[in-house]
Structures are given as C-alpha cells and as structure tokens.
Design a binder for this molecule. Structure first.
Ligand code: HEC
Length: 618
C-alpha cells in the first residue's frame, strides 16, 4: 500500500463519496471502505462470515494484546495477506476445518476485498543460466536512486532529446498487485508485488527468480554490494509490514538473513532501507493512524523510528524511537477503551544519508493525540554510528494558528495535515554548500542548513494541502532546480488540480509552476483525479511526473513546458502472455537506468490500482 493516503479523513465528511465507491466496488457482505480505504460500514452481525468471525477469531482480535493485531488493523492488510495467514501462515490452526469458501468469506469480511487469484511468477522464467549481478554507481539501486534522495540521473542514456522517441519496449504484469517501483542492478530489475519479490532480466523481462513474501507487504528493494570471501556479492534488501528486514542474494534470490526490528503489532516498514558503509538504515512506520478514528481502539502506543543493522549479518546495531518518551496511560484506569500516548511520528518515506556529516535524516508524520511531544512533524538527524539524536526541527504551527488552519480545511483530518510528506533531499548548491529540502502535507517546502543543525534557510508554499496531502513522497533535483509534486486535490468535489513546481534550491523562489491538466482516465470518470501524488524523476532537460489519472507527463526543466504525455491507464500485452493493467501513477513510479525508463502504473491501493510495469526506450 505504498500509496495509501496517510491522512485518515473524518468519516462523516467523506461518507457520501465513500458509500458511493463502496457500493460500486465492494463485494456483498464485506466491510465498506471509503475512497481512502477507511471503513465506513459493514455487514450485519448475523451474516455467515460475521458469525464465523465471532466464533473463531473475536476472542483474540477483539481484545488485542501483545502481538495480536486488532480487527480494525486487518482492514488495512491486503486480502492476499489475510488469505495467506489463514491458509498457510500463523492463523492456520484457527482456520482448521473451514472450507475454502468460508476462508474467502472471512477475507472479504475483514478487508472489504477479494484476494487476487494466484499467478505463477515463474511462468515466464528465463532460459539462459543465472548471470552475475554487478552493481554500478550509476544504477538506480534504491527507491530514490541514491541515499541523498535527489532522484536524478545524468548518465543513464536518457535526456530531453530522448523523450519524443520513447517507445514501449516491454511490459510486465506484477503478480497480484503492483506494490512498488523497480530498482536496478546491472542487467537486472528488482520489484515487489503483493505476493512476491522478483528479479527480472532487464533486456527481455523474463523472470530470474521469485521469492514469496508470505503474504506480507513489501514495497521496494534496495540493492547493495557486500564483501565476502573471494570477492563481493550484491544483496537485495526489503522491509515488510511485519517490521522485518530481509536480505536475499541478488543473483539467485537465496535468503541470507531476516531481522525483525520492531515488535509492536501495528508497526511497519513502509519505505525501502538505505545502505551506507556496511550498514542498513531502516525507517519504522505504523498502521495505527487510521485506528485513531476507531472508537473501540485503545489508542495509541506505536512509535516510528530508525534502526541500524549490520549489512553482512543483519544484527541490530541500534534503534531509536522518534518519540523517545514511552507511551503511558492517559485516561482514567477504568476507561473503556483506555487511552495511551504519546505515540505516532511514523517515518513513511525513505531516510537520507549525509555521509559528509555522519548523519541519517528522517522526516516524521503526525502524533496520534496532539500531545505535541518531541518527534512528530519533524526532521530528525541521528548519528550514523551511534544513533544519538544530533538535532531536530519541528514544523508544527502554534496552537492558535493551527486552529485557524484547521477551520479552513474542514474536510481534512487536521491532526495529520502537518505531517512531513516527503523524504529529506540533500541538495548541492554551489561549491561545497548544501541545503536540505523537505516537503510537508500542508503544502510547504522548507530549505534547511545542514551546517547549523537544520536551521531554516527558506520556506515556500506550493500547495494548499488537503485529503491527499500537499507535497508527498519525494522531490527531484538536477543541480539547478528542485522539482516539487503538488498532490493537492480532494477526493470529493470540488477537485483542485495538482501540478509541478520548480524551486530555486538556494532561496526557495518559484522558478516556474504548471497546473495539472483536466484528468482523463482510461478507465472512465470513476476515481479519476489529476493529483500529482508521486515523486518526480529528473534527467538532463526533462522531469517525469506521475499522476492519479494514469498519465506519465514529461516537462522541460527549463520552463515546465509539456514535452510528452503518456497514458499508462489501459491494458498492455505483457511478457509471458499476461495482461498488465495500468492505474494511478503514484508513489515513486519512474526509475531510469541504462537507456530505459521504467514506469510502475497502479501501485496504489485506492481508487484505481493496477499491476503494470512499462519499460520505454528511445
Ligand atoms: C488465540 C488467539 C487468536 C485467534 C483465535 C485468532 N488469532 Fe489471528 N492472530 C493472533 C496473533 C497472536 C497474531 C499475530 C501473529 C504474529 O505476529 O506472528 C494474529 C495475526 C493474525 C493476522 C495477521 C497475520 C500476518 O501475517 O500479519 C490475521 C490476518 C489474523 N490473525 C486473522 C485471524 C482470523 C481470521 C481468525 C479467525 C479465523 C484469527 N486470526 C483467530 C491470535 C489469534
């Protein structure tokens, strides 16, 4: 669910649209979800699946303790995950004796959706022997290209002149759902689908290996070179929604190690890890945010953070919570449900590594009760070596200002309007000078001074903020301008267009901006928005931007003029005879390497998901 919108809107405000969408798409007997994936209704207690749940599952999942996820959290779990748990995973004993139909009815009851039918991930296996994998510095080896998060490639054989010549070379249908973008190493492409992590051959798209992910959600793979006896090898690293980081051999897919970095049942690893100097840095997020709207939930105890692991062994070296304070009981002892806090400050976006200063930067999201401790709504710098918190900057307006802003955004959950929406990007501006840039869901972009503990250099407002957040995921930087996606739109009317803005990295001045066009979706008007809820990708002269109407748009970096619009929202004949379905171009969709543009279409769990990887070459 890379693109699950992290703001959980007030239910009443969205109920109209929500019911409409649920009525149009939800299977009978399922929970009903609004456009954001929040639950807004369900079947009666006497439905057969509800009776099964009461008899078999409620004793634990309605009274969650320790590792038991509360029932409400299962709604945000992909149906394939729940199906796997019941058929082959930890919940198999609880489903003993149930028919396949009964198990499927439980999946639909709990998640509101049917599980995707299983597909054979090796149906299009490569016939040539396994090749060696060699990682080059120019390879797009992690979700944002490199750990400075600048999303720019000067040396990948694609520039503005290639854009008119781009043609679809091959496409691939992610088995199940598209979960995240690709990453690249040598002749290989790595990607995460809802049920497998896969490695493909970059030239033909045939499958080198597929590793099942036990029904857990994995969103992206980071590749790194590790020394070993007699040479080196490349490893593929990924986190999952069980807060476990896994390392595989990138050549063969053989498992090397797996480390659970956090025990809290509602914690997650959402963003791909970052690698530096023999260590893996892992951002810790969570799924507790939407449960804050759940009257029965004992809110809230999960905290975001950062963990550092040894790259060779997977051993945990240090872990820090962004909110250092332990959550404690905040309600009367007999309150039902009890209230805990502080909690929250998840990190949903990739970390940034500042090798020069020995720091790792995390941007953090909302606190779950407006207790406003240290940690949420912030950029935090930790020492790479020891994990010590070196500095922190918080971007939460004061109480009076906040109240006024919230009154102006009545349809939005104001608690998370001020969450940081993007990673920190480390920008080189002139000789030896650097600026840290970060975007906020409320529509501001900040420039910070890394040599003065993140002191603010500039701030520029590019968006209004709202249901989908103002500035989300990440930004691109080509050495001249910072390209900022504007996610602004409302799931309900009146829709506002998204767009793209170019800022001067030294001053924050707006160099140009383009509004998103009127949306035209291959799938019709249902769930068709033009918001730019995706990190852009830059090459010399051109910037690629994904949009929720299924389009990839390419703009000239000079003035923002539109060079090309490519519709990815339809169906494509994929390698191996499969059909790839496009959808929203969301999250971190465009990766560039070795003369090719890789576009993931449909990596979104809401409105219009899909499973297409589209590979374009000039
Ligand atoms: C005796 C207590 C108990 C009962 C009964 C129970 N569960 Fe669970 N459930 C757990 C625990 C504990 C976990 C966490 C397992 C872990 O973290 O490895 C869990 C986890 C899950 C998960 C998440 C699995 C994952 O891989 O993340 C699902 C889905 C689930 N349960 C569904 C069900 C359903 C459906 C039923 C009824 C058929 C059920 N459970 C009955 C205790 C229970």
């Amino acid at each position: 669910m890379q693109a699950r919108v992290r703001c959980a809107p007030r239910r009443a405000a969205l109920a109209g649209v929500a019911l409409l969408l649920a009525a149009a798409t939800g299977p009978a007997g399922a929970v009903q979800l609004d456009a954001h994936g929040n639950v807004i209704g369900g079947p009666g207690e006497d439905a057969p699946a509800a009776r099964l749940y009461a008899a078999r599952c409620a004793s634990c999942h309605d009274h969650p303790e320790g590792r038991v996820p509360p029932r409400a959290a299962l709604r945000y779990t992909p149906p394939e995950n729940v199906l796997h748990a019941l058929r082959a995973g930890a919940m198999r004993p609880m489903a003993e004796g149930l028919s396949d139909e009964q198990i499927r009815s439980l999946v639909v009851l709990l998640t509101g959706r049917e599980a995707e039918p299983p597909v054979d991930p090796m149906a299009n296996a490569c016939t040539s022997p396994l090749d060696e994998v060699v990682l080059e510095p120019s390879d797009w080896s992690s979700i944002q290209a490199d750990p400075r998060n600048v999303r720019y490639r000067a040396d990948a054989g694609i520039d503005a002149a290639s854009v008119p010549k781009l043609r679809l070379r091959w496409s691939f249908a992610y088995p199940g759902r598209a979960a995240g973008p690709v990453s690249l190493a040598g002749n290989r492409v790595y990607l995460a689908a809802s049920t497998y992590v896969l490695s493909l051959d970059a030239a033909t798209g045939c499958t080198r290996w597929a590793q099942p992910v036990e029904g857990r959600v994995v969103r992206a793979v980071t590749l790194a070179t590790v020394p070993q006896a007699g040479g080196e090898r490349v490893v593929a690293l990924y986190g999952d929604d069980n807060s476990t980081l896994t390392a595989l051999d990138a050549r063969s897919g053989a498992p090397l190690w797996a480390t659970r970095v956090e025990e809290h049942a509602l914690s997650r690893i959402t963003a791909a890890p970052a690698v530096h100097a023999g260590r893996v840095y892992v951002p810790i997020s969570g799924i507790e945010d939407p449960l804050t709207h759940e009257p029965a939930h004992a809110c809230c105890t999960s905290r975001g953070g950062v963990a550092a692991l040894d790259l060779v062994s997977g051993r945990l070296l240090w872990k820090r919570y962004h909110i250092a304070e332990e959550p404690v009981l905040r309600s009367a002892p007999d309150a039902d449900p009890p209230r805990f806090g502080p909690a929250g400050a998840a990190t949903y976006t990739p970390l940034a590594i500042d090798a020069k200063r020995g720091l790792v930067y995390a941007s953090t999201a909302e606190e779950y009760g407006f207790l406003n401790p240290q940690g949420p709504y912030s950029v935090i710098a930790y020492d790479l070596e020891t994990g010590e918190r070196r500095w922190q900057r918080q971007f939460l307006p004061g109480a009076a200002e906040r109240e006024a802003i919230c009154a102006a955004h009545p349809q939005t959950d104001c608690r998370n309007l001020f969450s940081m929406g993007t990673s920190v990007s480390i920008l080189q501006v002139g000789e030896g000078r650097e600026v840290l840039a970060v975007g906020q869901k409320w529509g501001w972009v900040y420039g910070l001074d890394p040599d003065r503990d993140g002191a603010e250099l500039w701030r520029t407002r590019v968006a209004l903020g709202g249901d989908l957040g103002g500035v989300m995921y990440g930004m691109a930087f080509d050495g001249t301008a910072l390209y900022v996606p504007v996610s602004d739109d409302e799931v309900r009317a009146p829709h506002r267009p998204g767009g793209l803005a170019a800022l001067d990295p030294a001053t924050g001045a707006v160099l140009w901006r383009v509004a998103g066009p009127d949306p035209h979706c291959a799938w019709g008007t249902d769930g068709c928005l033009a918001a730019f809820v995706a990190a852009p990708t830059a090459v010399p002269g051109a910037v690629f931007s994904g949009s929720w109407d299924g389009y990839l748009r390419v703009y000239a970096t000079r003035d923002g003029s539109l060079l090309r619009a490519i519709d990815t929202g339809g169906e494509f004949a994929a390698v191996g005879g499969a059909t790839a379905r496009g959808g929203q171009v969301s999250g971190y969709p465009v990766v560039i390497g070795r003369g090719a543009v890789y576009v993931t279409s449909g990596a979104s769990s809401i409105l219009h998901p899909g499973n297409a990887l589209l590979v374009y070459t000039p």
